[in-house]
Write a protein that binds this ligand. Structure first.
Ligand code: PMP
Length: 361
């Protein structure tokens, strides 16, 4: 710590990216960060190249074309959308703007909420998942204006909360802002179409709801950093005011161009989603056959523990075989679970052979 650092930052608790960094540099099969294993198409990459030619200019601070395209696709008004540099930035805006009366979220969920709450000095409570790792809407009552954050499907469990339960939480908390983080919703798809079961269908009904989305998962753009949210116009205006105060050009020109091109190919996106879902369900069955308990996932990852071998041992053994999955040393209840991102069929074949080897040892 330098002597110049503001005293309010004396005890920062940053997000741990060490696993990500290690797997980037060491020739690993990366099944640890819930990215898409599919590259962008040649056509999209050509758009990126074209956009690179405009990088001498600032990017469009309103993402006008992208906003219009998304508004058409999602059936919301352009003024009901906010863009962020990854959905992590959207979450940051939310903690900055709206959590004066505290926050509440499940005890097992995306770890960034706790990090942001601490950073912004937001008082937070965590609500335990039930014995089946499910969110029980009855547990979300009497929060007196705390902002409630639900990841749906949840991470790292992958478990989906039905829209009627989401709506129950909203109804029970008219004085709270409700955040539904739908980073993985495209893989839930009850009827097979991306985005089914989304709380986006409620944003015109409730004025205390923000639905957060990302291009990092189903749309293969994790490295381009693009997140966004849908909400009522008043809330969107507040968030855009904050955005325009601290980071007006938060979405770079290449990312805007690439996202627009990706949205032109919804069929391609749906095809990738269908492949991931199929491999996910096959891998779940394969793991169950060799003694794993695997939660029913509606996301692009599985959460699994073995009846006899510790989570840490499985993680270490796979790492030795150059396969990186995500191990959680906390909280205690999940230390024997690992989270496994769904990769390509070839990667999952290697993964399954390796994990069978670990079990047989
Ligand atoms: N929400 C959840 C639940 C996530 O798992 C992630 C990715 N780790 C994010 C938000 C952030 O994703 P991004 O910033 O890449 O949009």
């Amino acid at each position: 710590m330098s002597r110049f650092l503001h005293s309010k930052f004396n005890s920062l608790d940053p997000y741990d990216t060490s696993g990500e960094l290690e797997s980037m540099n060491g020739g690993y099969i990366r099944l640890n960060t819930n990215e898409s294993p599919f590259q962008l198409s040649e056509k999209v990459m050509d758009c990126a190249k074209k956009a690179a030619g405009t990088l001498n200019f600032y990017s469009d601070p309103d993402c006008t074309k992208l906003r219009e395209k998304l508004s058409d696709l999602m059936n919301v008004k352009p003024s009901e959308i906010v863009f962020g540099n990854g959905s992590d930035e959207i979450l940051n805006f939310i903690f900055m703007a709206f959590c004066e009366h505290g926050a509440a979220f499940p005890d097992i969920t995306y770890s960034f909420y706790k990090i942001l709450a601490k950073f912004h000095g937001v008082d937070f409570v965590t609500v335990p998942l039930d014995e089946n790792f499910r969110i029980n809407p009855d547990d979300y009552k009497n929060f007196n204006g705390r902002t409630i954050i639900i990841t749906n499907p949840n991470a790292p469990t992958g478990i989906f909360l039905e829209l009627k339960d989401v709506e129950e939480i909203i109804n029970q908390n008219p004085d709270s802002l409700i955040i539904i983080d739908e980073a993985y919703i495209d893989f839930a798809c009850l009827s097979g179409r991306q985005g089914d079961g989304s709380a986006k269908n409620l944003i015109h009904k409730y004025k205390n709801l923000i639905v957060v989305r990302t291009f990092s998962k189903s749309r293969s753009m994790a490295g381009a950093r693009l997140g966004w949210c849908m909400t009522c116009e008043d809330i969107a205006r507040d968030m855009n005011n904050i955005k325009n105060t601290i980071t007006p050009y938060n979405i770079n020109a290449m990312t805007q161009a690439v996202a627009l091109a990706v949205l032109e190919d919804e069929e391609g996106t749906q095809k990738n989603i269908d492949i991931i879902k199929k491999i996910r369900d096959d891998t779940k069955n394969n793991l169950r056959e060799i003694g794993f308990e695997v939660l029913d996932s509606s996301a692009n990852f599985l959460f699994a523990r073995h009846e006899k071998i510790s989570g840490e041992k499985i993680f270490e053994e796979l790492k030795r075989k150059k396969i990186m999955i995500r191990h959680f040393s906390r909280p205690e209840r999940i230390t024997n679970f690992n989270r496994i991102t769904i990769g390509t069929p070839e990667q999952m074949k290697i993964f399954l052979e390796a994990i069978e080897g670990v079990v047989r040892q």
